[in-house]
Design a protein. Sequence first.
Length: 243
Amino acid sequence: MRWKVPAGALLALAFLIPAAPAMAQAESTGPYAACQTVERKVYKDIRKLVTIDLDTATTAQLRLLAYRILDEADANLFPVLPGALRERLDGTTDDLRAFLKTDMPKAWLTDLRVSVGRTMTDAGPNVKAAAQKVLDEGAIDAYLAYLNDGLHAARALDCASQPTPTPTSQPTPSATPSATTTVAPTPTSSASLGAPGGEDGEGGGLPVTGANTATVAGIGGALLLLGGAGYLIGRRRRSSFVA
C-alpha cells in the first residue's frame, strides 16, 4: 500500500499547480471600473447632421434626417431622444418638423447631461471633478468636449494614481521536501535478531515479537492440532480394522 502515498501526492500537485496562475489572473486591476480596457465612444455633434432647411424641407427629407439622428442616438444609448423621435415618425409631417426645430435639441441636451452623469459611477476623483464642472456649465459644447476627450484624460490621471495591485496567489507546493521539513523517524524494533543478551536480561536485546511472529506461531499451532487430530482418527480406524 506504500506506493499509493506518492501517487496521491502527485495527483494533488497536478490540481494545485494550474490553479496558481488562475488565481493571479483573477485579481482586480483596481477600484475604478473605468481603468478596464473598453471601447472608446465618439459622440457626434447632431447639429451638424441638420444640413437642410427645416422650414422648407419635404416630408422625405425630414424623415431621412430623423432616421439619421435616431441612428446616432441609439448608438450612444441615449434615454430620451430615440423614443421621442420614433413617436414623431409615427405622426404627421408638421409634428416631425416642429420636433426637429425645437424639441429635438432639448432632448439631445438632456441625453448628453445623463451621459455625463453616468461616467461618475465608480469613478475616481479626477473624473468626478471634471464631470461636475461640465454639469455646472450646462452647455452642449462642454458636454461633447468632456465625453470625447476630457473624460479619458481624467480617467488616465485616476488610473495612474492607483497603487499597482499585487496578486495574492497561494504558493505552489514543492514536490521535494525543503531543508526545514521535519522528517518523522522510522520506527525500528527494540533489538536486532543477532544482538547478544545479558544473563539477567539487562543491557541485552529481546527476541523480536510482532505481527510476523504471532502469525508464524498461530500457523504452527494450527498444524500441530491438525496433526494430532489426524493421528487419533487414524489410530481408531486401525483398532476397528484389527478387531
